[in-house]
Write a new protein. Structure first.
Length: 119
């Protein structure tokens, strides 16, 4: 006796480009939060940041002083996105959207009166 069998197959969609969120805690007290909405970066992406030398910070302060500006601090970072050990170039993902970078932490909170005066 033959019976008709009904088979149902459900496919769960797994995103290859999920939302991205990573916080990097820098030695100088800066927290760098990097995020992107779903569909921008591949799942395996990681972020790194390195503090750029103090000589470059001094250059920024000197150039600002020439324009009559007072710069209390000019923290500089080299921020990169990586996939499988390879640095991602902007053109490999920027057509899909943008990546947000926010700065916070002890370095940003240092001396708020002075920071507000020279904003």
């Amino acid at each position: 006796m033959e019976e008709e069998q009904k088979i149902e197959i459900s496919l769960a969609e797994t995103s290859l480009y999920p939302p991205f969120h990573q916080v990097l805690h820098m030695k100088d007290g800066m927290d760098i939060t990097i995020s992107a909405r779903e569909g921008i970066l591949p799942a395996e992406v990681t972020a790194t940041a390195e503090i750029v030398t103090s000589e470059k910070e001094e250059l920024v302060k000197t150039e600002a002083a020439k324009e009559g500006l007072i710069v209390i601090a000019a923290p500089l970072y080299d921020i990169n996105l990586w996939l499988d050990g390879e640095k991602l170039e902007n053109d490999s993902w920027s057509g899909s959207g943008s990546v947000q970078v926010n700065f916070s932490g002890a370095l940003m909170e240092k001396s708020p009166e002075t920071r507000n005066r020279y904003r």
